[in-house]
Design a protein around this ligand. Sequence first.
Ligand code: NI
Ligand code: MN
Length: 230
Amino acid sequence: MSVQLTWLGHASWLLELEGKRIVLDPFLENSPTATIKPDQVQADYVLVSHGHFDHVEDAAAIANRCSATVITNYEIALWFQKTQGVQNAIGMNIGGGIDLPFGRLQMTPAIHSSSLPDGSNGGNPCGFLIRSHSGFTIYFACDTALFSDMQLIGRKGIDVAVVPIGDLFTMGPDDALEAVKFISPKAVLPSHFGTWSPIAQDADAWATRVSQETAAKGLVPVVGQPILLK
Ligand code: NI
Ligand code: MN
């Protein structure tokens, strides 16, 4: 079965896997780079990596309209249910995994912060490791610093990794290159850049460095353009 990934701008992605539509960290309504609005997104699952506005902002609206299930950490799942009227939410914690209709999803560590827009405790930030039924593995590092345990996340083999390169709030391009060496995926895509000038980066130059300096192939996403990964 084919695997398709579409960058929705900033750190927002649409993953189409095993016939399911999985949206990660939707930030569309107020994103300067998004090319679609939240009401144009169809989702079966909405993954939320942490509580910051540029990751939670459109998650509840999309989930409620699509009757999608939100998957996030325990604290944010409760917050979505109590304050955002989200019907279906699964709260997890770091290291935990869950078997879903598209495969297995595991919550991975991320080094960042996670307060929610209203000041509520957003638990700990996370990344997501997804292994589909057909064995395709994708790792979203989400907002994070570089950490050496990325080697553990990659130890069973990863087809595609998505890592932040924006700097300032997350890893910048140099640390993201080190991250690729730790994760050792077959291909990698940059995220969390270009939305605002403080996180502007040259994604083409970074992807070229990835291809030259690591074993991975560096890919450059274009907002709204689906990439066939398998
Ligand atoms: Ni953040
Ligand atoms: Mn962010």
